[in-house]
Design a protein around this ligand. Sequence first.
Ligand SMILES: [Zn+2]
Length: 248
Amino acid sequence: MKIIFHHDFYRVYTSDPAAAPERMESIVKVISGHYEFVEPTAAREEDIAAVHSPSHIEHVKGLGIYSISALAAGGAIQAAFLGLKDPCFALIRPPGHHASADTSWGFCYFNNMAVALEKLKTEKAIKKAFVLDIDFHFGDGTVNIFKGKDYVSIFNPSSNNREDYLEAIAVVLGDLQSDVIGISAGFDNHRNDWGGLLETEDYVTIGRMVKEKCNRENCGYFAILEGGYKHEVLGHNVMALLNGMAGR
Ligand SMILES: [Zn+2]
């Protein structure tokens, strides 16, 4: 299992919590040595333009964060393609699931998941895709972008009860038919983070559920980092998901 990561993601590109100093370091510190790291290349502008309007791309350029945002989107593309063969995690920022075609908010600029899945579809690498968005917040951007594109289905589990949350994922995965599963991996629903719900071991469970589903039915799977803001637990939660996805 590979981790897509670039040193440029250490850069503090804005003052929001996703761009906070030490956030990426807190993850790398825990997972390095356990998984192989691979450097991404930036997404091409035409790949970003497949899901975003020209005016939104110009807006991101105007903010001075185009290059880091394109690198994140490129990391997601790479994770998605690698994920068709072996599980893969894109350790990237800025996150993306609050980015719609023409607008974005919530520390997001380009929708990394949408750019990646649209690229897989355009290259005819997949016919159907599924997004499991486990971030604390509803992934409105991803839902907006794929509205009317019926090759993608999306599930944002929401429950105030841990067991129900995990059971809801199991139920949806049970019936699913997809060539690839992309996990929008936000960790801000951890008990010590903003959402306060999940235990660290629950990320192992989620990763394992996706792995077992895909092993059974021969689909690819990958995850990309979305939210997660409590640096003291974030790395351990990422590690838990990786271990579940890798079957460790
Ligand atoms: Zn979030």
